[in-house]
Design a protein around this ligand. Structure first.
Ligand SMILES: C[C@@]1(CC(=O)O)c2cc3[nH]c(cc4nc(cc5[nH]c(cc(n2)[C@H]1CCC(=O)O)[C@@](C)(CC(=O)O)[C@@H]5CCC(=O)O)C(CC(=O)O)=C4CCC(=O)O)c(CCC(=O)O)c3CC(=O)O
Ligand SMILES: NC(=O)C1=CN([C@@H]2O[C@H](COP(=O)(O)OP(=O)(O)OC[C@H]3O[C@@H](n4cnc5c(N)ncnc54)[C@H](O)[C@@H]3O)[C@@H](O)[C@H]2O)C=CC1
Length: 215
């Protein structure tokens, strides 16, 4: 069965990673990239993790008390039974859990993803083949560029003003026009050009409202 994609607000959320190897490292990097606060507990922890700023490292085996106050947990040990035990304890406490070695012990799985600013695309194979998810990501990389990330931010910045000035029916066309200009033409539309477009659409909206009132 396919997994439903949810986008989780991770900023400042307490995340626990049990295990300090190569797989743990990849998961920690992803959690940090989205603002999660990470604590690692593992008898052995590889150097790249120990060197990560703002990651708390505890060099000992996992204990149930490590779950206290955690929003999300990754069971990334190389012990199947231990990952299973961690998963069961999390489920009992209603904590989101990912076990790196078996989907049966996961309440969520990690996607392959592309992140450009706040624009994020995530790919999953439903656990069938992480390499297939990796392949989907690589195929989409030329589309989800840094430029599209910047344009997304720009659309976010004008959204409140546009909501106030432009009728809901016209807003989508304005956003699509800015995206088209931004993606097809170099350089990105400047602030002045965007303000002019907003003004044009705003006038169009006012005119349509008056016409409707006259009708
Ligand atoms: C279920 C899931 C749970 C989870 O980890 O969340 C899971 C499970 C397992 N992965 C295994 C192996 C590999 N995983 C990768 C890579 C990635 N794995 C990721 C996600 C997921 N892996 C979740 C499913 C996602 C989905 O399919 O939708 C990615 C996308 C994201 C990330 O890790 O952050 C990341 C690519 C990131 C990127 O490139 O962007 C590679 C390739 C490589 O290393 O380059 C291999 C070797 C090839 C192979 O074996 O397939 C094994 C066998 C372990 C063993 O046998 O020892 C298991 C256990 C099992 O089979 O269930
Ligand atoms: N989901 C994924 O993307 C992938 C998952 N895997 C799975 O991930 C597992 C881990 O892989 P690696 O990181 O390469 O292994 P690793 O051997 O480098 O790291 C395992 C870590 O777990 C720690 N550990 C062992 N018992 C522990 C305990 N009781 N509490 C806390 N930490 C404990 C060890 O000290 C070590 O740091 C593998 O067994 C494999 O099945 C492997 C590849 C990809």
């Amino acid at each position: 069965m396919a997994y439903f994609p949810l986008f989780l607000q991770l900023e400042k959320q307490q995340c626990l990673v049990a295990g300090g190897g190569r797989v743990a490292l990849r998961k920690i990097r992803a959690l940090r990239e989205f603002g999660g606060e990470v604590e690692v507990v593992s008898p052995e922890i590889i150097q790249p993790i120990l060197q990560m700023p703002d990651v708390i490292c505890r060099c000992r085996a996992f204990q149930i008390s490590d779950l206290e106050g955690k929003t999300l947990v990754i069971a990334a040990t190389d012990e199947k039974e231990e990952n299973h035990r961690i998963s069961m304890a999390c489920r009992e406490k209603g904590i989101l859990v990912n076990a790196v070695d078996q989907t049966e012990d996961c309440s969520f799985i990690f996607p392959a993803y592309i992140k450009q600013g706040d624009a994020v695309a995530a790919f999953s194979s439903g656990g069938n083949s992480p390499v297939a998810a990796q392949y989907m990501k690589r195929q989409m990389e030329p589309v989800l560029t840094k430029h599209l990330g910047e344009l997304t931010k720009c659309l976010g910045d004008i959204r409140a003003a546009v909501k106030e000035q432009i009728d809901v029916r016209d807003r989508k066309h304005l956003y699509e026009e800015i995206l088209r200009i931004g993606l097809e033409e170099e350089p990105m539309p400047g602030e002045e050009e965007i303000q002019q477009l907003i003004e044009t659409y705003s006038r169009k909206s006012r005119k349509e409202i008056w016409t409707e009132q006259e009708d």
